[in-house]
Design a protein around this ligand. Structure first.
Ligand code: HEM
Length: 181
């Protein structure tokens, strides 16, 4: 994945636990890079190793780290670095979700070699929908939950997120039911 992802994991840890803890996490994950270049593509393994090592050093489940990471991504990284991109995608939570299937094609203008997630939104009624998340990577479901939670905080909306299914074949396919409450 592009270095901005690892950069953000480092930011999440440093902001909350300080640089010494980050150093421990980095060394335990056997990651040589002391910093990451946002435009360089790094092996996905580095990202997964950093999450696993954060989980061990901080003593919390990897799913919790990924979920917090999702929130941090929306509320800190996207807000501070990609404000315009986010603004264009919607004035409220539902509008943003309608745009989500096209969102990473705009991200691709900045990061052309991205291997993007794919989304399909199916309306159930005015307040609820199914969100299909397709990925060539397995293990980022909790990141997705955190991203949606971050978006509800950003738009001052309240919602329930339920994972209905997860199928893994040559790609991973997770279905969430999202209900505004
Ligand atoms: C300004 C905001 C955003 C930017 C710049 C961005 C950019 C990226 C980048 C660079 C990656 C790594 C993929 C790669 O390098 O191959 C990624 C992955 C991902 N993004 Fe975004 N993204 C943004 C917002 C979002 C939002 C709002 C969501 C969902 C609600 C989302 C869902 C994901 C997921 C689930 C992945 C994991 C990739 C996978 O499943 O294979 N992103 N994004």
């Amino acid at each position: 994945m592009y270095g901005l992802v690892n950069q953000a994991i480092m930011g999440l840890v440093v902001d909350n636990y300080g640089s010494e803890t980050w150093e421990k996490i980095r060394l335990k994950a056997e990651v040589r890079d002391e910093f990451f270049l946002s435009n360089k593509i790094y092996d996905d393994e580095i990202t997964f190793d950093l999450v696993a090592s954060s989980s061990e050093i901080l003593g919390v489940e990897p799913e919790i780290i990924l979920r917090e990471f999702g929130k941090y991504w929306v509320l800190k990284i996207a807000k501070e670095k990609y404000g315009k991109l986010m603004e264009y995608a919607g004035q409220n939570f539902m509008e943003f979700m309608d745009q989500l299937p096209n969102f990473h094609s705009r991200v691709m203008l900045l990061y052309p070699e991205i291997i993007p997630p794919e989304f399909l939104k199916e309306k159930i009624d005015e307040n609820s929908f199914l969100l299909h998340y397709y990925s060539k990577r397995v293990g980022l479901g909790a990141f997705m939950t955190g991203l949606i939670e971050g978006l509800t905080i950003m738009y001052d909306a309240k919602c329930e997120i339920e994972q209905l299914s997860h199928e893994i074949s040559d790609i991973s396919h997770i279905v969430y039911k999202v209900t505004l409450v």
